[in-house]
Design a protein around this ligand. Structure first.
Ligand SMILES: [Zn+2]
Length: 373
């Protein structure tokens, strides 16, 4: 294992922020990049990354690693510093207001004829040409804000990976995984290895997060050609490891083992792969997620559980109104049939606030539309 701490450009006199990087396996193999805590208020992944480091060290000692693995166990030290009145916020940069998991994609207009003309008839050679070009795009990027310096550092480690996994979590949720709809085989394999309940297949041609930043350029380049341009584009996914408070050693060990099993199935670890979970309960396009919003202000209590299949107009929650002369409740009805896989952990709700997410069988929004801000 190689370990280093890479310094971010210091913006405050007397303060130096560093990002820890662990490397395992031969540097010549396929490259896997895994990070946790890009949203610094999401802590399950921070523990999973530590368990993953333990397992990778053991496998490296046994000479079992065929790919190179780069682990960034806390991807956002800037966000971790945001302990404000006792609570680590860490989702958006305090300096710019920008969500740490948005606004870092490679400009789609940069994927033009000039770039496509550098490609040849050999998809394997094209993989290498395109990965070099992607690295150049990151290396020449400006990094004047603290958040842009962080994005540049993380992307310089990950943009040429064959596989990139970004560990996140939701409020209160069952495990669910986002990946590009152009890579259903790898996405479904990962979902089953992690025993996740919902697989969410995304159109990655619009606004993208860290995962889509890795897949979008390959998709946009391929769209401009009727030949198969590439042999092995990057596979990238956002792994939502349940909810904020699902942090314990048993789950972390289970999730790290699930990730290791995925890499065994992909031939990046020499040991025989283990059995995987059956198909997830729901495999849908992201546009089939129904965001249920609060119809009023007050304290919410739920009449449904995660994992329930609810019917349209079924009572799923009540909001207890706080400012009426007599105690009053507002019924929250399911807007359609669906599978409840996430709900809010903020029990004081206001109109428009998302209070639950349902996996449904129909399109609920346009492809490419973002679920969360
Ligand atoms: Zn997140």
């Amino acid at each position: 294992m190689a370990f280093e701490r890479i310094a971010l450009p210091s913006q405050i006199p007397g303060q130096q922020t560093t990002v820890a990087v662990h490397r395992f396996g031969p540097s010549t193999g396929q490259k896997v990049y895994i990070q946790a805590g890009l949203h610094a208020d999401e802590h399950p992944g921070l523990l999973v990354a530590q368990k993953l480091i333990e397992q990778l060290q053991y496998l490296e000692d046994q000479d079992q690693l065929l790919g190179q693995f780069i682990i960034v166990p806390f991807a956002n030290p800037i966000g971790l510093k945001q302990r404000i009145f006792g609570h680590v916020n860490g989702r958006c940069d305090l300096g710019t207001g920008q969500n740490f998991n948005r606004g870092m994609s490679i400009d789609p207009s940069a994927i033009n004829d000039e770039v496509l003309n550098t490609l040849c008839h050999d998809p394997r050679e094209n993989d290498e040409i395109f990965r070099r070009w992607l690295k150049e795009q990151i290396d020449t990027r400006s990094a004047e804000f603290e958040i842009s310096a962080l994005h540049k550092l993380l992307l310089s480690l990950s943009i040429d990976a064959h596989c990139m996994l970004d560990l996140h979590c939701d409020d209160v949720a069952l495990p669910h995984i986002f990946y590009g709809k152009h890579q259903p085989d790898d996405g479904q394999l990962l979902t089953r290895c992690m025993a996740a309940n919902v697989a969410l297949e995304e159109d990655v041609t619009g606004t993208v997060a860290f995962d889509g930043t890795h897949t979008q350029p390959w998709v946009l380049a391929q769209k401009q050609s009727n030949k198969t341009l590439f042999s092995q584009p990057c596979f990238a996914a956002t792994v939502e490891l349940r909810g904020h408070t699902d942090v314990n050693l048993a789950l972390a060990n289970q999730d790290a083992s699930g990730l290791i099993n995925f890499f065994k199935h992909k031939g990046l670890i020499q040991q025989a792969a283990e059995k995987i979970a059956p198909e997830p309960t729901k495999t849908i396009g992201v546009e089939q997620v129904k965001m249920v919003t609060a119809p009023g202000t007050g304290i919410i209590t739920y009449n449904c559980e995660l994992g329930d299949f609810v019917k349209g107009n079924q009572l799923i929650a009540k909001i207890v109104v706080l400012d009426q002369e007599k105690p009053t409740e507002i019924d929250v009805l399911a807007p359609c049939d669906g599978y409840v896989f996430s709900h809010t952990q903020h029990y004081f709700v206001s109109p428009g606030q998302t209070i639950a997410m349902l996996a449904t069988d129909k399109n609920q929004q346009s492809a490419g539309e973002q679920l969360a801000f």
